[in-house]
Design a protein around this ligand. Structure first.
Ligand code: HQG
Length: 175
């Protein structure tokens, strides 16, 4: 499959599995799964095309269940789903990529999930730069995850390696 086609299908899958399943006639279960066959008919694609997107996706956004009969997005939902992730001790430092325009508000209220379920944090500065660059000139914030964990904040890591937490109070942030 051409790269362009791959990206287009990945975006349609994100919409269906994270944000607007109802628009393509899908219903996610409580943990975000849908039968693969339902997704194929909802999007009008072949199983081999779907397999290719899951395998080649640049962020491994989608995952099959162990039987290969169900699929879900590994993170990033705006619809309510419970991914069933177990709290994990974070690395001592995590990163968040954003843009200068958001800084004043972030300093006032910390990092909030906005439209998603969690605040998304990156394990490396490079990834955070890429995340911030989606919105403009990237600005990377450093999060004292060790201190947050010591203070009782919970962290989760998605199947594709994104660190998630409910809220990052401003006191743990540094530019
Ligand atoms: C900002 C992509 C004002 C936050 C990426 C961000 C990531 C605040 C935006 C994943 C704020 C939310 C998530 C506050 C946070 N005041 N602005 N208090 N708190 N913000 O897209 O982290 O391609 O929901 O800095 O690669 O940018 O979808 O979150 O700019 O992994 O797989 O509000 O999405 O992955 O934006 O990105 P988003 P994000 P996918």
């Amino acid at each position: 499959m051409e790269e362009q086609q791959l990206i287009r299908l990945s975006k349609r899958m994100s919409k269906a599995l994270r944000h607007h399943p109802e628009r393509v006639g899908l219903t996610l279960d409580a943990a975000g799964w849908v039968p693969v066959s339902d997704l194929l008919s909802a999007l009008g694609v072949s199983r081999s095309a779907l397999d290719e997107v899951v395998a080649r996706n640049n962020k491994n956004r989608f995952a099959f269940d162990p039987t290969g009969t169900r699929i879900r997005a590994s993170q990033g939902h705006s619809v309510p789903v419970d991914l069933g992730l177990t709290p994990m001790p974070p690395p001592p430092v995590l990163y968040h990529g954003t843009v200068a325009a958001a800084l004043e508000s972030i300093k006032a209220e910390g990092l909030r999930p906005m439209n998603r379920h969690h605040v998304h944090l990156s394990a490396t500065r490079d990834t955070a730069v890429a995340v911030g660059a989606r919105r403009g000139r990237p600005l990377v914030l450093e999060i004292d995850a060790a201190a947050m964990a010591a203070d009782g904040h919970e962290f989760y890591v998605s199947a594709n390696g994104v660190w998630l937490t409910d809220h990052v109070p401003a006191l743990y942030l540094q530019e």
